[in-house]
Design a protein around this ligand. Structure first.
Ligand code: HEC
Length: 150
């Protein structure tokens, strides 16, 4: 058999490429033409972003599904719930155990740093009474509920 030279290889390769391109352009290699149909804009749009949490606009649902009953029973529960859960759930509040003074500071923090709408002094006092009564410091001492640590 005659030996293949580089020139032969080049010519054969170019011919093969040319044929494949011609076939492709004729559509012979494309059975899945629909892939080139432009995707509707709605399908490529990024998913809607969740609303920013610290939004205090009236009428916006809060970013959680907590109910008044998720706070412990006690005087001031309703006013505390409706004042304090516009931006976050009750879990954030229940996780804290503070003196009345520190709840007072937390209140200021919500007003100043997180732009909580102003609260009437009488309501503020009722909320602070509720918070310091329900969530005092070291509400659950280490092992408080654990019989093995007694
Ligand atoms: C205007 C929105 C807004 C309101 C109303 C609000 N908070 Fe907050 N609060 C925040 C934001 C924002 C944070 C930051 C923490 C986060 O969301 O992750 C926060 C955090 C907290 C924390 C956790 C702080 C910490 O150091 O871990 C506590 C406790 C808290 N808030 C209590 C309250 C109480 C009590 C009230 C009602 C008097 C209240 N918040 C009302 C926005 C608010």
């Amino acid at each position: 058999m005659k030996q293949l030279t580089i020139a032969h290889v080049v010519v054969i390769t170019l011919t093969a490429v040319f044929l494949l391109v011609a076939l492709d352009m004729a559509g012979g290699l494309r059975t899945d033409r629909h892939l080139w149909v432009p995707v509707p804009a709605a399908a490529t749009a990024p998913p809607a972003q969740a609303a920013p949490p610290a939004d205090t606009e009236k009428g916006k649902p809060p970013p959680h599904n907590d109910k008044v009953e998720d706070l412990p029973e006690g005087k001031g529960r309703e006013i505390t719930f409706y004042t304090c859960t516009a931006c976050h759930g009750v879990a954030l509040i229940k996780a804290q155990g503070l003196t009345r003074d520190l709840w007072d500071s937390t209140f200021d923090l919500m007003l100043e740093k997180h732009r909580m709408p102003p609260v009437k002094p009488a309501e503020r006092a009722e909320i602070l009474d509720y918070l310091s009564e329900q969530f005092p410091p070291r509400r659950r001492p280490r092992g408080g509920d654990n019989p093995f640590l007694k």
